[in-house]
Write a protein that binds this ligand. Sequence first.
Ligand code: ITT
Length: 199
Amino acid sequence: MKLLVATSNPGKMVEVREILAPVGFELLTLQDAALPPPDETGVTFQDNAAAKATECAAQSGLWTLADDSGLCVDALGGAPGVRSARYAPTDEERRAKVLAGLKGVPEFRRGAHFFCAVALSAPGGRHIYRAEGRVDGRIGDEARGSGGFGYDPIFYPNEAAGRSLAELPSAEKNALSHRGRALTRLRPLLERLARDGAL
Ligand code: ITT
């Protein structure tokens, strides 16, 4: 059973592959399906995930999964939020911008969370199934670790005993991350789809 994953972010793709490995899909990338990255014009994670999934499902004729996610920092009024991928030109500049925005902010006011909305669309974009996940933590004073991607080195989950998300082995990140939690909630549907080829 084929499932298209509508992302152009290689870090996300690696994690989706690991998290969904036990379900047994043949996962296809946008490149495999010869599709361009979908547009993101919504104002919520949920709208963006649904739009990416339905657009790519309509173009490909395949069952399609999309993820829209980001980092929400309390002291920055929820920024970068849905604009996480566009907050600055590179991952390093995006992390530096968050750290600069929190310069001098004490530890107890450095709360943040990652949020992930996932959407699963039937071929043609007719039906859509959704789930969400989040992980709470804080923004550290410095970047640490080389795992994961994006903002992981500056985000310290409450459940990770002082380690940044980039310092966790991938299985540990996936067990507590926003993406891992969203996909775990969708998992009964995904298992049925992989087994029956339909929902
Ligand atoms: P697609 O839309 O093609 O999937 P994207 O990177 O543009 O890729 P989003 O619009 O959902 O995806 O933006 C998510 C951004 O939020 C991503 O580029 C990272 O900067 C950040 N992000 C999301 N999940 C993350 C994670 O697990 N660790 C670190 N940063 C993450």
